[in-house]
Every structure is written in structure tokens, then in C-alpha cells.
Ligand binder design. Structure first.
Ligand code: NAD
Length: 295
């Protein structure tokens, strides 16, 4: 199949690669030239705009930071809608506010174009290995149609409901991940201050009830003092902002999410916005005057 792919960052580039490996013809676009040139060398065709990606592709996938970028790529000048054919399917795999997904869904529908929100979880390793968890909102028939393509990039793809439901599910995911990283940071700081090596704590508890995919992925980064992203603090701020805005709109209480957001904001202003979100550890390290980093 011919696929227009827009947004070739930490996630989009390996996802596009997996589609190519599975035999699909990729037409790639990003506002930055370097990843486009890199994928072009590997067999993709570089295109000059989202409009051209839609003209050349049967299907269009977007993987950009947030709602404003999705709107720019899909609804903006030289955007997907200017090049899309009637009935064409656009799948946005970025994590954006559910209301933004619904806006783009409606604008697409008004022009006879189909739109799904299909954000992912699983991070860069999941994108590279094709094992992402994909959560999808929109029309069920469109999800069924694109399921096999999604499963090239993912280990699971679940239909969550009408337009926006995929991104509501993703917000739930992001709350759990942020609070889990904060809990691991807080607990490991306690261990360090009380004189127990965090590596020992990790080995002792990872198989018990406190064990989690988040702890398995992020505790080793904290103990190595390695905060190379991964998933950037600034992107997690974006997700929690979207969660808090959605919580206010629907009347869901999010007191812990707001606290996690304050920690992330502090880290952003301390210059760590481009670090992996495991750098939540740095917030605790600064307050405690000690480090989780340990041999
Ligand atoms: P990234 O910053 O590495 O990549 C985003 C890419 O989009 C960049 O290459 C950027 O140049 C491009 N871009 C920005 N605006 C654009 C536009 N208008 N048109 C075309 N390209 C544009 O971010 P990422 O980590 O790849 O994340 C992408 C999305 O996936 C985000 O919504 C993020 O929240 C989500 N996500 C990320 C991870 C992760 O671990 N990194 C995990 C799950 C979900």
C-alpha cells in the first residue's frame, strides 16, 4: 500500500521504517529535513508537504507533537485535506487532546475524508520493535479496515469508541505513567537517604506488587543517571495539560496529576525539558541533596 507518513521524530521514524520493512511504499514528510533524507536513503520517497503526502498515499499517518501540529498538518495550508481524495483515511497516531481529535474528525468528515485518532504507548523501544499498544477512536469500520497496518507497528490495537476515545485512553495512560515514575523516584530517594542501595531495592521488589513496566524501564535509567529521551519531559507536560483540561471539561478530579504536572514544570524551568521523563528523579535528588544514581 502507498502510505503518506508525516512526522519522523523519535517515534515516527521507526514506525515508518517498520511499514517499509513490511513492504509498503512510504511517502515521508517532516518540517525538519534530516529524518526525511535518512528515510529517503532507505527507500522512502521524500515529499514536500502534507498535501503531497496525501496525494501520493492511499492512507495517511501523522505522528507529530500535539494538536496544533496535527491541525497544521491536516487542516492547514498545503495540508492533508488539500491533497486528500474523497473517502481517504487519515490516521493520527500523535497524543493530542480528545477535543482536538474531534475537531479534526469533523473537519475531515465535512470534506468526505475519514479520520481516526490512534495514539500509542510503549515508547521508542516499542516503536522500534513494532510492539506499540495502540488505542483507537473514530468509526469502527475504519479501525477494522486499517487494523492490519496498525498491527505492523503495534503488538495490540484496541478500538476504544467514537472520535477522541483513543486519546482519552492515552490520557489515562499518561497519568498512570507520570504518577508511577514520581512514585519510583520518591521511593528510591527514601531508600538512598536511609542507606539502602536502590539497585538492591529494585531487585527485591520488581517481581512483587510494586513491579511495573514503568519501573522496569525507568528505574535503571535513574540508577545510571541516564536521561536521554525516550519520552521528553516537555511532551509529558503537554499530555498532562491535555489531561487536566479534559478533567476540568468533564468534571473528573485529578489532584495527583496536578502535582505531577508541577514537578514536570519545575524540571522544565530548570532546563530539563528535553530530558527523558525518568528525570523526574532529578526533582527529588535536588530536594534530598542525594542521588538515585548508584553503582
Ligand atoms: P519528536 O519531537 O521526537 O518528533 C515529532 C516530529 O514531528 C519531529 O520530527 C518534528 O519535526 C515533527 N513535526 C512537528 N510539527 C510538524 C508539522 N507541523 N508537520 C510535520 N512534522 C512536524 O516526538 P516523538 O517522541 O516522536 O512523539 C510524537 C508523538 O508521539 C507525540 O504526540 C508524543 O506525545 C507521542 N508519543 C511519544 C512517545 C515517546 O516515547 N517518545 C511514546 C508514546 C507517544
Amino acid at each position: 500500500m502507498k502510505i503518506g507518513f508525516i512526522g519522523l521524530g523519535i517515534m515516527g521514524k521507526p514506525m515508518a521504517r517498520n511499514l517499509m520493512k513490511a513492504g509498503h511504499e512510504l511517502y515521508v514528510y517532516d518540517i525538519i529535513a534530516a529524518p526525511v533524507e535518512e528515510l529517503a536513503k532507505e527507500g522512502a520517497t521524500a515529499v514536500a508537504s502534507p498535501k503531497e503526502a496525501a496525494e501520493k498515499g492511499d492512507l495517511v499517518i501523522t505522528m507529530v507533537p500535539n494538536g496544533p501540529q496535527v491541525k497544521e498538518a491536516v487542516l492547514g495550508a498545503n495540508g492533508v485535506l488539500e491533497g486528500a481524495k474523497k473517502g481517504q483515511l487519515v490516521v493520527d497516531m500523535s497524543s493530542i487532546a480528545p477535543t482536538a481529535s474531534q475537531e479534526v474528525y469533523k473537519a475531515c468528515k465535512a470534506q468526505g475524508v475519514r479520520f481516526l485518532d490512534a495514539p500509542v504507548s510503549g515508547g521508542e523501544p516499542g516503536a522500534i520493535n513494532g510492539t506499540l499498544s495502540i488505542m483507537c477512536g473514530g468509526d469502527k469500520a475504519d479501525f477494522d479496515e486499517v487494523y492490519d497496518i496498525l498491527m505492523i507497528m503495534g503488538g495490540s490495537a484496541v478500538y476504544c469508541g467514537e472520535s477522541g476515545a483513543g486519546n482519552t485512553t492515552k490520557l489515562a495512560n499518561q497519568i498512570i505513567v507520570a504518577l508511577n515514575i514520581a512514585a519510583v523516584s520518591e521511593a528510591f530517594t527514601l531508600a538512598v537517604k536511609a542507606g539502602v542501595n536502590p539497585r538492591t531495592v529494585f531487585d527485591a521488589i520488581k517481581g512483587g506488587l510494586a513491579g511495573s513496566n514503568v519501573m522496569n524501564a525507568k528505574a535503571p535509567m535513574m540508577m545510571d543517571g541516564n536521561f536521554k529521551p525516550g519520552f521528553k519531559i516537555d511532551l509529558h507536560i503537554k499530555d498532562l495539560n491535555n489531561a487536566i483540561e479534559t478533567g476540568h471539561a468533564v468534571g473528573a478530579p485529578l489532584p495527583l496529576t496536578v502535582q505531577a504536572q508541577e514537578i514536570l514544570e519545575r524540571l522544565h524551568f530548570d532546563g530539563h525539558g528535553q530530558c527523558d521523563h525518568s528525570a523526574i528523579a532529578l526533582y527529588y535528588e535536588k530536594l534530598a541533596g542525594d542521588t538515585i544514581k548508584h553503582d
